[in-house]
Write a protein that binds this ligand. Structure first.
Ligand code: ZN
Ligand code: ZN
Length: 298
């Protein structure tokens, strides 16, 4: 028997992988097994991370992970994202098995370290891939916590100014300073803009104090702390603490606007008010403390 008779196709039409040139008669999407495997991706970390980031939150209040309003765990969310990504690329019937799945949430970094070893069956080949990557996790108060707490707060930071109303710019800066000192488990429940300033309702007295200190440190003025008995919890008295931040009042050199007049402040009369010159007419004015509150710094 000649070679030709035993295997006519093989001897006449020897086939090669178009990519690497190796001789083969088993093709996977027109490539040899090695080239086909080399071109496969099971785990696309960026895509998985993006999907996890979009679908899950961690609640800083209770520490739970949530998908919508449903409690879940990171393992389930990550595995789900991996399955979805694989079935998108390799077809919905592609079987996927997790050989290894280690997911460690790092609260300080607001992300999870993920270590996976996944096996899938693609075109009759068992493909195993391992990947290690980081996925960011969004923080948000879960629906349950906000419901149960119903606007929970332990302290109020009141931002005011001495004998005047804080400007919008000052309030914005103060809020920014306040948020900057929030630790991972602290939060602001409510932010209320008032005629005389702004109130921040915060989750703990410690965080309220830190906020007040930060504002005073950067913007001047001072703060006062007071507490009110709020109730008892487990035989312990529970207080709500108020931090009254007073930004400095007007100073010499300020130009204030009051009742259509622009007054350049040139003298502060402690306990009484301020004196200054109206810019258009050059007239001297005395503005008593009680009227100062209606004025605005230019
Ligand atoms: Zn090849
Ligand atoms: Zn929660």
């Amino acid at each position: 028997m000649t070679e030709y008779e035993r295997n006519p196709v093989r001897s006449r039409w020897r086939s090669f992988c178009p990519k690497c040139g190796i001789e083969t008669d088993t093709f996977f999407e027109n490539l040899c097994e090695a080239c086909f495997r080399a071109g496969l991706t099971l785990l696309a970390p960026d895509r998985i991370a993006e999907e996890v980031r979009a679908s899950v939150i961690v609640c800083p209040h209770c520490g739970g992970f949530f998908k919508g309003n449903e409690r879940t765990d990171l393992e389930a969310v990550v595995e789900d994202a991996v399955r979805r990504a694989i079935s998108k690329t390799h077809g919905p019937e592609c079987p996927v098995e997790f050989r290894e799945a280690e997911i460690a949430y790092d609260e300080a970094a607001r992300s999870a370290h993920v270590c996976l070893r996944v096996q899938a069956r693609i075109k009759d080949l068992d493909v195993v891939e391992r990947a290690e990557f980081t996925v960011p996790v969004r923080r948000a108060i879960c629906a349950q916590c906000s419901r149960i707490a119903g606007g929970y707060y332990a302290a109020i930071v009141q931002i005011r100014a001495d004998w005047r109303t804080p400007t919008e710019e000052e309030l914005e800066a103060a809020v920014e300073l306040a948020y900057a000192v929030l630790s991972t488990e602290e939060f602001v429940t409510k932010q209320q803009l008032l005629k005389e300033g702004l109130d921040l309702y915060v989750s703990s007295a410690e965080c309220g104090r830190r906020m007040a200190k930060a504002i005073v440190k950067h913007r001047g003025g001072n703060y006062f702390e007071s507490r009110k008995l709020y109730g008892r919890r487990g035989g312990r008295e529970v207080y709500r603490v108020t931090f009254l931040v007073r930004l400095p009042g007007y100073t010499v050199g300020d130009v204030i606007e009051l009742a259509g007049k622009r007054i350049a402040v040139d003298k502060i009369v402690p306990g009484e008010g301020l004196e200054g010159v109206e810019l258009q007419t050059g007239e001297r004015y005395f503005v008593p403390l009680r009227d100062q509150k209606r004025a605005k710094r230019e």
